[in-house]
Design a protein around this ligand. Structure first.
Ligand SMILES: *Cc1c(COP(=O)(O)O)cnc(C)c1O
Length: 373
């Protein structure tokens, strides 16, 4: 998992994640922290343990394989958001007690078979598609699923789950309401059939903006890692107090002058309009620091913003340190985060990059070196 060729350092402040968890918990009833994709690059086991020590007893991971990796390290329930796909996944679900999120009929059939063969009962979570059009049963399939559950006597529908498509967009609240209504109807159908499943609809943005849709469990992901889902919108205040946990730095490996009229890096896309001093930083697209950042965005050198000059290379990037005196090789440069008040926010880096904080975290997080235990 860890790379060994780069000089990039990814730091994760677990206290910030714990603080964000506590802040979010004050707005919900029961949090199901989403730690899929290696906790958005922050480290699956380390993050889960930090959350467990502040009271989390339920975790959502990406796949059954990821659940199997986590199960030995936590005592809480582990929900696999992408239910079983491969033969061995079904075995893992039963043997490790993973709560599978089921979105297809054939998964129900195989889980029933697996539970019967082990002579056990199995709680399942059912995913309904109320508007994402990605995974899940259609709400109108409820009668068919209820009929199947009467046959599949080993399975208990413990949770009903759906996912919002537009909760972070203040201008698309109407679609959230549409999804919520469809979800409500699914819940009613299950209740009418004598089931008493718990329900969960909201992600980070939904938890912050739609307190009336909290149901029994809330599934925050991005907000746990300190990005504000409403950054730059009129609802920005809803994410106040969240603190980014990831910081990424790399050392300066050269400092030199760039004379007026001289170009720098491949393609000569930057030409100095005056005499400059540049620092070369040991980070590039091989470290998942996107080449799309060429001539865009900044790094933080001695707590000050140094604009990227020219193309980002595979393992090197040049920044302008003309106005930052005393920069020498070995100095740490922050690509994300920083020290004290001087920080590069995940939302800023994402904007320069042309993406969202989710992708920034996942990609830069791949450079983490901390061994998973
Ligand atoms: C990723 C994910 C979440 C978390 O979403 P955030 O926007 O990061 O809060 C919640 N539920 C499901 C099903 C997800 O896939």
């Amino acid at each position: 998992m860890a790379v060994d060729y780069n000089l990039l350092r990814v730091g994760v402040d677990l206290r910030a994640i714990a603080d964000n968890f506590r802040l979010l918990r004050s707005k919900g009833t029961r949090l199901i922290p989403v730690i899929k994709a290696n906790a958005y690059g922050h480290g699956l086991v380390a993050v889960a343990r930090a959350l467990e020590s502040c009271g989390a007893d339920f975790f959502a991971v990406g796949t059954v394989e990821e659940a199997a990796r986590l199960c030995p390290s936590v005592s809480g329930t582990v929900l696999a958001l992408l239910g079983p796909q491969r033969r061995e996944d079904y075995q893992t679900v039963v043997e490790q007690g993973v709560l599978p999120l089921v979105s297809r009929m054939d998964q129900l059939a195989q889980l029933q078979e697996q539970a019967a063969s082990k002579d056990t009962r199995l709680p399942v979570a059912l995913k309904f598609d109320t508007g994402m059009a990605r995974l899940g049963f259609a709400p109108q399939e409820s009668p068919k699923i209820l009929a199947a559950l009467r046959r599949y006597d080993r399975l208990t529908p413990q949770w009903l789950i759906s996912h919002l498509a537009t909760a972070d967009d203040p201008d698309q609240a109407a679609f959230v309401r549409e999804q919520a209504e469809r979800f409500q109807r699914v819940h009613a159908a299950f209740s009418l059939a004598g089931h008493a499943p718990l329900s969960s609809l909201v992600n980070s943005a939904g938890l912050l903006a739609f307190p009336d849709l909290a149901w029994d469990g809330q599934r925050p992901g991005i907000a746990l890692y300190g990005a504000n889902p409403f950054h730059g919108t009129r609802l920005e205040h809803l994410g106040r107090g969240l603190r980014p946990a990831m910081e990424v730095s790399a050392p300066v490996v050269a400092v030199h002058p760039l004379r007026k009229g001289a170009s720098i890096s491949y393609g000569r896309t930057y030409v100095a309009d005056q005499d400059k001093t540049v620092a070369i930083v040991a980070a590039g697209y091989a470290d998942n620091y996107s080449r799309g950042l060429s001539n865009k965005g900044c790094m933080l050198v001695h707590g000050r913003r140094a604009p990227i000059l020219g193309r980002v290379c595979m393992q090197l990037t040049a920044v302008d340190v003309t106005d930052i005196p005393g920069v020498v090789p070995g100095d740490p440069v922050f690509l994300l985060g920083g020290v004290g008040n001087q920080r590069i926010l995940p939302e800023e880096l994402a904007a320069w990059w042309g993406t969202i904080p989710y992708e920034v975290f996942c990609l830069l997080g791949m450079n983490r070196r901390v061994p998973e235990t």
